[in-house]
Design a protein around this ligand. Structure first.
Ligand code: CMX
Length: 454
């Protein structure tokens, strides 16, 4: 049967990216196989009762080579820090930021692309960009006050009928080929996300005045164009998608994507679920919460920037009922370098923005307060504390849309991971649960604080 995508088993030429990826996967497989087959019983970690009940912090039970999060240094994508990524990747012509396509090449292959490589990936995305009309029909059928993340997740989910992975699986493909239709599905979906995101935005917040895509623009440039926001918003979009792409595998969105895909669900199911996990206020939705909270403070201040003393009072009052959005992290123990990259952008492009002034005062007052309160393990700001102010500055004031931007970025990293998961044949995820009585029994047997395996 003739397949409608390029498979390594077929004679049709693969794209540069796919060919290179296939070489990398083949070279990597023996490492994973050897670890599993020869050293599978080597112990990696102990698990405490606190970790078992308390959200599995720090338990090492996921593998990814696409990014690594050091608690004190922050994220590295394929070994590169954020400043290194921004410096090393080829820039879009005449713009400050690298293209999203080039960054995706780095995530997928681990190599810095040449300008020619970037052009080839840009072309790959361009070919796959057309969003089927039924997606827009589904979005239009939804109540207009649906949250943008609900609409985004639904749009991705309804595309599931396009899955090539499902087709090939039903045809009985070999496990060694799983990565191939996953790659095809991932690129087909990623290429459509900017238009889907911009469509939701214009449908909901710009009187349904939809802007058609421009075939000559790159991922970030086209998104800015369809949003109807002038330069340098194209660079904001590129920066934003790159910064939010990946944060190793344990965060809720990446982990959800991995978990769902581990059942051999296709990328549409996996990414729709990933978006649902991102939509929680303790995770990606925090970027909307930050702006909502700042607006509340601003209202009370009659628009005036509060003094540090006034802001301290707002922070303490907030702590009576909720967490301070944009502060704290489950892994990081210092200011998030994604926060710093956006702060640098603000200092360069919008130093006098009134909301940036708020964010700046918060940076001074929140960490000492969280330290004094003594609960949060990390009193420093995360990515979400700084991201809304940039959007607001460029006219995107509908802050409940902000997490969709996070979602488009996160889809890049999660997709790269899922393709590699398939390439290396990662297993169905199925941790073991215990009962409370079992934990109590373990404690009774231990008779001390020494952790004992259940
Ligand atoms: N404000 C107030 N209290 C905070 C806090 C904050 N920003 N961050 C943590 N705490 C509290 C926790 O609620 C917890 O309190 P309880 O013991 O009463 O339950 C205590 O400090 C210990 O928490 P922790 O171990 O430091 O943090 P966790 O790993 O449990 O949670 C996170 C991490 C991000 C959910 C938490 O710091 C938080 O709620 N931050 C605010 C929301 C936010 O910005 N989320 C976005 C994170 C980045 C992202 O994923 O996008």
């Amino acid at each position: 049967m003739k397949s409608d995508y390029n498979s390594p088993n077929q004679e049709r030429a693969m794209s540069n990216l796919k060919e290179k990826l296939f070489e990398k996967i083949k070279a990597w497989r023996p490492r994973t196989t050897k670890l599993l087959k020869e050293y599978g019983d080597v112990k990696l970690d102990d698990v405490t009762i606190e970790q078992c009940i308390g959200g599995m912090r720090d338990i090492k039970c996921l593998v990814t080579d696409i990014s690594y999060l050091d608690p004190f240094e922050g994220i590295r994508f394929r070994g590169f820090t954020i400043p290194e990524v921004l410096e090393k990747l080829p820039k879009v012509k005449g713009r400050e930021m690298p293209s999203v396509e080039g960054f995706f090449y780095l995530l997928l292959t681990g190599d810095v692309p040449t300008a020619g490589d970037v052009d080839a990936v840009t072309e790959e995305f361009r070919k796959r960009r057309q969003v089927p009309k039924y997606v827009f029909d589904v979005l239009r059928a939804m109540p207009r006050d649906s949250h943008p993340m609900t609409m985004f997740s639904a749009a991705i989910l309804c595309l599931q009928r396009e899955s090539l992975f499902v087709k090939r699986y039903n045809e009985g493909m070999s496990k060694m080929d799983y990565w191939d239709p996953m790659y095809e599905d991932a690129l087909n979906l990623l290429a459509k996300l900017p238009e889907i995101g911009a469509y939701i935005f214009r449908l909901k917040y710009r009187g349904d005045k939809i802007i058609a895509p421009d075939a000559n623009l790159d991922f970030g440039g086209n998104f800015a164009h369809m949003m109807g926001i002038e330069k340098p918003y194209d660079d904001v979009a590129r920066l934003y998608f790159i910064l939010h792409s990946d944060h190793e595998s344990g965060n809720v969105s990446a982990h959800t994507g991995h978990l769902v895909a581990s059942a051999l669900s296709d990328i549409y199911y996996s990414l729709s679920a990933m978006i649902d996990g991102l939509a929680g206020p303790l995770h990606g939705l925090a970027n909307q919460e930050v702006l909502r909270w700042i607006m509340g403070v601003m209202d009370k201040m009659g628009g005036k920037t509060p003094t540090e003393e006034e802001m301290k009072k707002f922070v303490w009052d907030t702590l009576k009922t909720q967490v301070i959005p944009g502060y704290g992290h489950a892994v990081l123990r210092k200011t998030d370098p994604r926060y710093m990259a956006q702060r640098d952008f603000c200092l360069k492009h919008l130093p006098n923005d009134p909301i940036f002034a708020y964010v700046d005062v918060l940076y001074k007052v929140v960490p000492p307060i969280l330290k004094e309160q003594g609960k949060a393990k990390n009193p420093w700001p995360n990515v979400d504390a700084q991201s809304g102010v940039i959007q607001w500055h460029y006219g995107l004031k509908e802050y409940d849309f902000y997490t969709v931007l996070f979602g488009i970025g996160r889809a890049l990293g999660v997709s790269a991971n899922l393709i590699w998961d398939r390439g290396l044949g990662y297993a169905l995820e199925r941790p073991k649960s215990v009962t409370t009585a079992m934990l109590e029994e373990v404690v009774a047997k231990a008779g001390s604080k020494t952790p004992v395996k259940a």
